[in-house]
Write a protein that binds this ligand. Structure first.
Ligand code: NDP
Length: 279
């Protein structure tokens, strides 16, 4: 069975639009892009489309590739201090000369829609209210929509990035799943992935997982987005794995649309969080 992220995105966007309509003010999402990375341009457009649909203001700040870290930090500071701005995203990846961690931590934690600052990550690990990276959140929403219980499952995650694998592991642990995280130094990967009730793959290599690496009736979530000749491919060899899996996400149309909608939900959460923060 297909876990249909596109369909759930449409449903969740309508619900979000209703919630946003009831707010006293129009929320503003600020997106800062440095340089012209082509994938980043696609993601910025998706965010704008979502913001327009839901009824957010979209403040887009486009900066030259050669901007320094300190110049970027002072732009973030301005947005931190702008009460009209509820959430800030600095589009990753940044050019190599920019210190991405400094940049992520400069964003006030209650405006950190990507959930990548040390404060939000720490709060997530401690299971406290916080803004969580949108892709992991979207994956949990998708599993919940299909009534997939987590507390009795062994979840294997392949990939330990700060953006996907690590926050996902914390979220799942907070939901009582049993979690194993694999990465490039993991030995005998297929032995471990074959144990997974739920296998989540975020590696960035086309068709990295094939049917021989999963057990019968596993639930398979493919986070990967690999572009080749203007086509998108996942990290999972969909055609072979779907024969063996009980549920599977397609690429495109699985996790990607969920990430976009969760940005909108995170902006609303950021707005509500702001009112609870006493500086
Ligand atoms: P990163 O490159 O940051 O992380 C990749 C991870 O895969 C690393 O932890 C790496 O291990 C691990 N890895 C690499 N090779 C192997 C291997 N041979 N065996 C096991 N593990 C391996 O990528 P991201 O997490 O940012 O993204 C992963 C993929 O997901 C990409 O295709 C990206 O485009 C996509 N993505 C999709 C999103 C969506 O909305 N659908 C959102 C975000 C990302 P190590 O740590 O040891 O290097």
């Amino acid at each position: 069975m297909i876990l249909d992220g596109k369909k759930l995105q449409e449903k969740k966007l309508l619900i979000l639009r209703e919630k946003v309509l009831k707010l006293e003010k129009k929320l503003t999402l600020c997106v800062i892009q440095v340089g012209n990375d082509s994938a980043s341009c696609v993601y910025v457009n998706q965010k704008k489309k979502m913001a327009d649909f839901v009824g957010f203001n979209f403040k887009y700040i486009k900066l030259d590739e050669d901007i320094t870290t300190s110049e970027l930090l002072s732009i973030i500071e301005q947005e931190n201090n702008d009460d009209e701005v509820s959430g800030i995203i600095v589009q990753m990846p940044l050019a190599k000369h920019i210190d991405a961690q400094l940049v992520q931590n400069k964003i006030k934690y209650y405006k950190d829609v990507d959930g990548l600052s040390d404060i939000n990550v720490g709060r997530l690990v401690h299971n406290k209210k916080c803004l969580v990276s949108c892709t992991p959140r979207g994956i949990l929403e998708l599993l919940e929509e299909y009534n997939i219980n987590l507390s009795d499952k062994h979840v294997v995650i392949v990939g330990r990035s700060n953006l996907v694998g690590k926050p996902l592991a914390s979220l799942l642990l907070n939901k009582d799943a049993t979690v194993t995280v694999c990465h490039s130094k993991t030995k005998n990967l297929a032995d471990i992935t074959s144990l997974a009730d739920i296998l989540i793959v975020a590696v960035g290599k086309k068709h990295f997982i094939d049917a021989s690496m999963i057990k019968d009736n596993a639930i398979v979530i493919d986070v990967g987005i690999n572009r080749e000749n203007n086509k998108l491919y996942g990290d999972v060899d969909f055609d072979s794995v779907k024969q063996k899996a009980s549920y599977i996400t397609p690429v495109p149309g699985g996790v990607g649309p969920m990430t976009v909608v969760e940005i909108g939900y995170n902006l609303l959460l950021a707005y509500n969080l702001r009112s609870e923060v006493d500086e």
